[in-house]
Ligand binder design. Structure first.
Ligand code: IPM
Ligand code: MG
Length: 380
């Protein structure tokens, strides 16, 4: 039997609480469908930097490159009320994410915006029948490229520059990824079941977005069965809230995707419900969309479902990569268990205790993981 080497990077804050739940669930799945995982864990992040002067151990990078997949929590820590920063001003720990995203060329950041039954949307009266699309955020360029600078005049900081880069190659591969995903997903938008890829940009103004849209049009020609759809980013912010059922797959440059997927999280019941996969041709890293939340860290309050659904996405990716049916089955088991727990409504962390669930007593992070594990055991 094949053994899957999974690098586990819990990071800071609630990352250290939700990732163990995802690992616990993966272990249960391993037993249920006879999958063998080897988990190799490394500390990393802002707190680790305070202790060691490094953002992650030196050997971690090489181990990531030799792994089958990476499971990541969140980074970012505070000390004396201030974010822990590197001497150059970057958030301590952020280079772990960017080393992985850029260094392993994980160009597609796949963020499902899916509302599960038993979770009321925070933004709209619309329900799980209406909110089920996938955001594909470009993940290696745009304003995240490390081409920046700060100039001072005398003592005073005077001018700051961040360069926004969009390339043909970067746009083409992520747009093609989005179209292929749309066809593979095969379910279309909730509104009309049409396969649709929406291109989100600001091509009424920005040159990079004009190039992005031109390449979108070129790639779209290869997919006549998929409807072309265009949305300026500002309009998209409104359309996502008012008409989420129109969307199937959405593709955008990096920063618009960063911002809009937090809005997407609010549609799906909050950041505690939003998983993501950072996917390249060779490697992939899976993480909850949420950050380290120092304000609630260490209290067992965080919702582990985003991390658990990220583990589910990891299994789906392993299935595609290795054609291992057990991984597919494992992913299905996780989603089924999560759905069951949510619909029953009794076990949920504080972030989901609102609306019809406002009288539910909030559960601890590990209690949610435990009931999901129990469900998985019952399913088989
Ligand atoms: C995200 C986060 C990161 C990003 C931060 C922590 C650098 O907001 O994954 O969405 O901007 O990509
Ligand atoms: Mg973000």
């Amino acid at each position: 039997m094949r053994k899957y080497r999974i690098v586990v990077l819990p990071g800071d804050g609630v990352g250290k609480e939700v990732i163990p739940e995802a690992v616990k669930v993966l272990k249960a799945v391993g037993e249920a469908v006879d999958l063998d995982f080897e988990f190799i864990e490394f500390p990393c992040g802002g707190e680790y930097y305070l202790k060691t002067g490094l953002e992650w151990p030196e050997e971690a990078w090489q181990t990531c490159k030799e792994s089958d997949a990476i499971l990541f929590g969140a980074v970012g820590w505070v000390k004396n009320g201030k974010p822990v920063r590197l001497p150059n001003g970057d958030l301590a720990g952020s280079n772990v994410i960017f080393s992985l995203r850029f260094g392993l060329d994980l160009y597609a950041n796949v963020r499902p915006v899916k509302l599960y039954p038993g979770v009321p949307s925070l933004l709209t009266y619309k329900d799980s029948e209406h909110i089920d699309f996938v955001f594909v955020r470009e993940n290696t360029e745009d304003i995240y490229v490390p081409i920046r600078g700060m100039l001072s005049r005398g003592e005073e900081k005077e001018l700051a520059i961040d360069v926004r880069v969009i390339t043909r190659k970067g746009a083409e591969r992520v747009i093609r990824y989005a179209f292929n995903l749309c066809v593979k997903r095969g379910k279309g938008a909730p509104l009309d079941r049409k396969l649709r890829v929406t291109c989100v940009d600001k091509s009424n103004l920005l040159r990079g977005c004009q190039l992005f849209r031109e390449i979108y049009n070129m790639v779209a020609e290869e997919f006549p069965q998929v409807e072309k759809d265009y949305m300026y980013v500002d309009t998209m912010a409104m359309q996502m809230v008012c008409f989420p059922e129109k969307f199937d797959v959405v593709v955008s440059p990096n920063m618009f995707g960063d911002i809009l997927t937090d809005l997407g999280a609010a549609l799906q019941g909050g950041l505690g419900m939003a998983p993501s996969g950072n996917i390249g041709d060779k490697y992939a890293m899976f993480e909850p969309v949420h950050g380290s939340s120092p304000d609630i860290a260490g209290q067992e309050k965080a919702n582990p479902i985003a991390a658990i659904l990220a583990a589910k996405m990891m299994l789906e990716w392993l299935f595609e990569k290795r054609n291992d049916q057990k991984c597919k089955k494992g992913a299905e088991l996780i989603e089924k268990a999560v759905k069951k727990v949510l619909i029953e409504g009794k076990i949920r962390t504080f972030d989901l205790c609102y609306g019809p669930y406002s009288n539910v007593k909030p559960s601890k992070t590990s209690e949610v993981g435990d009931v999901i594990v129990e469900e998985i055991k019952h399913e088989v």
